[in-house]
Design a protein around this ligand. Structure first.
Ligand code: NAD
Ligand code: ZN
Length: 283
């Protein structure tokens, strides 16, 4: 048998595996990743500074997000999410740190999931801290902007981008009204995700470091670790001589410190792993 496959099965059977997951896990659910195999970032996401400083930036964000939301919301877990959930239910994966903001791991049945970068299903008010449901915002936005909502119908066939938005014609966005916070009335509602230029709350990072240090293996699935936010956990594992196994097609920033790098479709790798450790799932 392929030595990488044997090695991964051994690490899983040994238990106490901490999973660290990324956008590659959800590409088969129709949500594009950031970097793809060559490691080049395909999009230039909006930063928190841009978002905070201008109503125009927020109009731009929410109108593009409005068009993409239906598709993002309707994305369903794929076989890889179900394999990961089965490995958790079998007691081999103890926890999952996910960089994804789509909630698909939990939908597939993983329960011990830390959402490192938040979840697009909520928005948070930068003025008062109130959180609101993203679907509620969609309905409010549509009621406030009926003409835009009608135009948006025509933009629905444009490709969905990694942040769940769509690259719409800039001329459409100038007159749109923003949804205000239902508690304080501010127009500073932000998606409840860690935007570029923001950092993960310190307590969350500390908690994740503690999980890493307790683990017997760090299994990185579908992430290039191009962002320090996830990469630091691979570094911490390596510093504690905890084996790091990478499963992603293409480049990884953690190449040098990993024990193995399986450059193969993760659906296949996980299906084999589940079979090798002798569990059945709904893959
Ligand atoms: N679904 C989501 O929630 C989503 C989607 C895009 C971006 N993001 C955000 O963007 C950042 C992206 O960083 P990242 O490291 O998670 O993603 P990334 O895009 O940097 O890396 C994804 C990696 O997975 C690989 N990959 C894609 N499909 C694969 C498959 N079927 N089999 C094997 N490998 C596959 C790619 O080649 C790439 O190496 C994260 O911080 C995240 O918050 C989230
Ligand atoms: Zn508020």
């Amino acid at each position: 048998m392929d030595p990488d496959r044997t090695y991964l099965a051994e690490r899983l059977r040994d238990g106490e595996v901490l999973a660290l997951t990324g956008a590659g896990l959800s590409t088969a659910s129709g949500l594009p990743d950031y970097r793809g195999p060559d490691g080049q970032r395909r999009v230039e996401p909006m930063t928190i500074a841009q978002f905070r400083t201008g109503a125009d930036a927020r109009r731009r964000y929410w109108s593009r997000s409005y068009v993409g939301w239906e598709r993002f919301r309707q994305a369903a877990p794929n076989g890889a999410h179900r394999h990961m959930a089965a490995l958790e239910q079998a007691g081999l994966i103890t926890a999952t740190i996910t960089q994804n903001v789509d909630g698909l791991a939990q939908e597939a049945g993983s329960t011990n999931v830390i959402e490192l970068h938040g979840n697009l299903g909520r928005a948070i008010c930068l003025n008062c801290g109130r959180t609101v449901d993203r679907q509620w915002m969609q309905e409010e936005f549509s009621a406030l902007n009926p003409a835009f909502a009608a135009d948006a119908e025509r933009a629905r066939e444009l490709p969905l981008r990694p942040d769940g938005d769509v690259d719409i014609d800039e001329s459409l966005i100038h007159d749109i009204a923003l949804v205000d916070c239902p508690s304080c009335g501010s127009d500073l509602l932000k998606p409840d995700v860690v935007m570029f230029g923001e950092s993960v709350p310190k307590e969350t990072v500390e908690y994740c470091f503690a999980l890493v240090e307790r683990a017997r293996t760090l299994l990185v699935v579908g992430s290039s670790l191009g962002v320090m936010s996830g990469y630091r956990f691979a570094r911490r594992a390596a510093a504690h001589d905890i084996p790091v196994v990478l499963v992603n097609t293409g480049w990884s920033r953690a190449e040098e410190l990993a024990d193995r790098h399986l450059h193969r479709p993760l659906q296949e790798v996980l299906a084999e792993a589940v079979a090798d450790v002798g569990i059945t799932d709904r893959g």
